[in-house]
Design a protein. Structure first.
Lengths: 458, 70
């Protein structure tokens, strides 16, 4: 689900017929609202469950403590109890329908559905409030009327009764708060008053077999749970609980999109060939140097400088221009590293910029980042010796791409494969010094890639 | 018409599920070479920890009940 954003009118002088088809879009935070409403439904369900436990205490434990049955107290008690369960159910249904309207609003841009969803949520709050009132009525019956029918006070029944009553009341309060916040968020989404064309016709609905299986599991589970309540069968309840839980879990942990690595390699090959062509055509003989942030205009960016000759000085900051390809003083070439985007992804994953870190931080975090967080490799060994940093990456997903890079000698020698390049970008930012890929080789079994970086002194 | 599972049945169920998921999460960790499993391990970890916390909440409720009993 996409979050709506303010957009400028796409068509300034649209024909009247087209304008008639245009609608006002409303800014919403659908994901947050839907999550809040789902929480509200769950809390309502839990409050209903705790109320059934409270009811169980009244109908089982109180009789053991001297309570005598009489329609005079049972009649109002049952009425209140049924009304309470009905109120909670209506509140849940109203919230669920409201969610559907919010989904309609976000997809079909219907402004009326926003109003309807708000009204439904208000109805839900009223129902939840009446549930709380009815619970207080029930509590009054238990703590006043029942003592006239032989009930003896004992902590044996009072302790669980109070716990369940407080839990039910607390959850009802939590539901009201969550629903109120949702209403506020819906109302806070102000209309843009910008004319927008209707969205393009949607693609035909594709059925994802994995999702379908999960949804079937959840549906069967919910039905089993409903039957278990009706027939008071604990076996059915466990089956229902299990099916619902595993269905929801599988739906949650299944990755949304899975791309085969061959696709990734195929998409990158042409770009690597182009870089090789540029370097060969420019007659450059020096090794590529990853420039530190202080040599760049944009500190968060990265750039490689390939000098025309070896042992050539680095370009001064005022001579470096990210937009330029060729440098005249000193003679050389500026290229965007092939691993720049990957290094940015590393930063996003770590939640910090490499410019704010140092070599020790990188040495400490890199193994966890590549193994656990991004699942790029199975094993990583990082070693530092003087100004040389050696990284051994075992069984990494860029193996094929690194092999492809080796087919381009200039590229391999100057820039390295995307993984080597990404680590070099990170190193240049973390150390604040120019970085050169000294050596990159693969073990005989082809499982391990050893990369040696040289931290240069200016 | 009453839900057949008691609060403590659910507490036990939560404990079992949390243990199963936490063990699964540990066994499929990339540190053991499981890097090609088509599972969002981070989400699995979140689910396992959530269930664990829910179980602990039920334990807290239980303790609370024991304390308020004279």
């Amino acid at each position: 689900m996409e979050r709506f954003i303010h957009r400028k009118p796409l068509i300034k002088h649209a024909p009247v017929t087209l304008v008639a088809l245009m609608k006002i879009r409303t800014v919403l935070r659908p994901k947050i609202i839907l999550a809040l409403l789902l929480t509200a439904i769950a809390m309502n369900a839990f409050s209903a469950y705790f109320f059934t436990r409270l009811d169980h205490v009244v109908h089982v434990d109180l009789y053991r403590n001297g309570l005598q049955f009489n329609y005079e107290w049972a009649g109002p008690y049952w009425t209140c109890s049924r009304l309470l369960i009905s109120s909670i159910t209506i509140a849940m249904i109203a919230t669920a329908i409201s969610m559907a309207f919010i989904l309609v609003h976000t997809r079909a841009l219907s402004s009326s559905s926003r109003v309807v969803s708000c009204l439904l949520l208000i109805a839900g709050i009223v129902m939840t409030g009446s549930s709380a009132f009815l619970l207080n009525r029930l509590d009054y019956i238990v703590h006043n009327d029942l003592y006239r029918y032989g009930l003896q006070f004992s902590y044996e029944w009072a302790a669980p009764y109070w716990t369940y009553a407080k839990l039910t009341l607390g959850l009802l309060g939590f539901t009201t708060t969550t629903t109120s916040i949702s209403i506020a968020l819906i109302l806070a989404g102000t209309p843009t008053h910008e004319i927008q064309p209707l969205p393009k016709a949607r693609a035909p609905l594709k059925i994802n077999p994995k999702k379908l299986i999960c949804l079937i599991l959840i549906s069967v589970g919910v039905i089993a749970l409903a039957f278990s309540t009706h027939y008071t069968s604990s076996i059915l309840a466990f089956i229902g609980l299990g099916l619902t839980f595993w269905g929801a879990l599988l739906l949650y942990i299944t990755p949304s999109k899975h791309v085969p690595s061959q696709l990734l390699n195929a998409a990158a090959t042409s770009t690597l060939t182009n870089i090789e062509k540029i370097i060969t055509d420019s007659n450059l003989n020096g090794k590529g140097i990853y420039l530190p942030p202080r040599n760049l205009k944009d500190f968060e960016s990265s750039l490689i400088f390939i000098p025309s000759k070896a042992e050539q000085p680095l370009p001064k900051p005022e001579e470096v221009d990210e937009e330029k390809l060729y440098s005249k003083n000193p003679n050389g070439l500026f290229l965007t590293p092939p691993g720049l985007a990957l290094s940015k992804l590393f930063e996003k994953e770590l939640g910090t910029s490499f410019t704010k870190t140092d070599l020790n931080y990188l040495q400490e975090k890199l193994p966890k980042l590549l193994i656990e967080d991004m699942e790029i490799a199975e094993h990583i060994n990082v070693q530092t010796e003087n100004n040389t940093l050696t990284i051994e990456v075992t069984k990494h997903i860029f193996k094929d791409m690194c092999e492809e890079t080796r087919k381009h000698p200039k590229l391999h020698e100057s820039i390295g494969c995307p993984l080597c390049s990404a680590v070099a970008c990170a190193l240049a930012k973390a150390t604040g010094k120019p970085i050169e890929i000294e050596k990159e080789e693969q073990s005989q079994d082809g499982k391990t890639t050893k990369i040696q970086y040289q931290i240069l002194e200016e | 018409m009453q839900f057949p599972l008691s609060f403590w049945d659910i507490s036990l169920w939560l404990a079992l599920m949390a243990i199963i998921l936490l063990i699964t999460n540990e066994l499929i960790s990339p540190y053991y070479g499981q890097t090609n499993l088509n599972i969002n391990k981070r989400k699995l970890k979140t689910a396992a920890l959530t269930l664990g916390i829910l179980f602990l909440l039920t334990v807290i409720i239980r303790i609370f009940e024991i304390i308020i009993l004279p």
